[in-house]
Design a protein around this ligand. Structure first.
Ligand SMILES: C[S@@+](CC[C@H](N)C(=O)[O-])C[C@H]1O[C@@H](n2cnc3c(N)ncnc32)[C@H](O)[C@@H]1O
Length: 319
């Protein structure tokens, strides 16, 4: 049987051949930068106008983002899998919705079956189908915008949002996101949210995100939520944030979130160029290692360990 990583590699070469010449030089950070700079509806129409740009995005996702498990995005799902450990199947179970699924990363790496994935960009979903045709999985994909009402009823036992919430730029989008998350999830179901390195500046800000979910009937699993770090090699450190919350109440109220809230205000103050420079200075030539071992610093320990220091590379490596 073709493994998911093998299928991604094969799909990458197929997709690459369909990318028009002018888009072949577009980079992963460049395309992601364009997406982040635009409201979702504009980002989607940009990709509709520039036919083939979405395929370059899909190609870059399969290569830089996945890269046989070495890409940041693949590593994040591997880290989630490792941290949930033996409890995984009790938490990620039943009917599963993967919000911002890209090329079907969560389902593919975790080996989940019959997942519903949705994403803003149809080219990513077509690529996910292509990958599934090689692995034999039958997932369902829907092109939709997570900042508009989600096209689902209350039909899921698990909602996974892997590295997606930091795309929520403005307060109304955050409210639609959490309200929709609440409305599609059965009581007793779990929301699993990961956030990338740099998207949450301090332990206190991360705690606020947990409060936002608790405000409308979720309970945070404090033993499984916190900062996730790779422990293989501090010079090529991987980290992300993980929130696991259980929906307790059957009430489907809009989420209350403090008006001051917004993911853009939660980021570290470190500029992209500074981060890049530091990474280049600290990291070895074999930076793209495949991380295998991860550790969770649970919410309570995060506060104790890091206080109000910014959660940046040097803080986490003790520098
Ligand atoms: C960093 S990727 C994460 C993908 C995948 N969940 C993973 O774990 O690797 C963020 C994903 O969110 C999608 N996305 C961004 N804005 C979106 C929106 N408004 N609605 C739906 N998906 C969106 C992007 O297209 C991209 O696939």
């Amino acid at each position: 049987m073709t493994t998911w990583y093998d299928a991604c590699r094969k799909a990458a070469s197929i997709v690459r051949d369909t990318v028009p010449e002018p888009y072949r030089s577009r980079t992963f950070p460049g395309i992601i930068g364009d997406i982040k700079a635009l409201p979702p509806s504009k980002a989607r129409s940009l990709f509709m106008r520039k036919k083939g740009l979405g395929r370059q995005y899909a190609y870059l996702y399969l290569t830089s983002g996945i890269d046989d498990g070495r890409g940041y995005q693949a590593c994040a799902t591997e880290a989630l899998d490792a941290v949930l450990g033996p409890e995984r199947d009790a938490i990620i179970r039943g009917a599963i919705l993967d919000v911002g699924c890209a090329v079907g990363v969560t389902a593919g790496i975790m080996g989940l079956d019959r997942v519903t994935g949705f994403d803003l960009f149809p080219d990513l979903l077509k690529t996910a189908h292509l990958v599934d045709s090689m692995t034999g999985h039958e997932h369902r994909y829907v092109a939709a915008d997570m900042t508009r009402d989600w096209p689902f009823g209350c039909e899921f036992d698990t909602v996974v949002c892997g590295l997606v919430c930091h795309h929520l730029k403005v307060q109304p989008d955050v409210t639609v996101f959490f309200s929709s998350l609440n409305s599609v999830l059965h009581p007793g179901g779990h929301a699993i949210i990961t956030l990338p390195a740099g998207s949450v500046a301090t332990a206190a800000k991360f705690e606020n995100l947990a409060f936002a979910l608790e405000n409308f009937g979720f309970s945070t699993d404090r033993a499984r939520s916190g900062l996730v770090l790779s422990i293989d090699d501090p010079r090529s450190l991987f980290w992300m944030f993980l929130l696991v919350a259980r929906k307790n109440s059957p009430v489907r109220n809009p989420v209350f979130i403090d008006p001051g809230f917004g993911f853009h205000r939660y980021r570290t103050s470190e500029k992209r160029e500074v981060k890049g420079e530091k990474a280049r200075a600290t990291v070895t030539a074999d930076r793209r290692v495949k991380h295998k071992n991860f550790r969770l610093v649970p919410l309570d320990e995060m506060a104790e360990r890091y206080g109000d220091r910014e959660l940046v590379f040097s803080t986490l490596t003790g520098g």
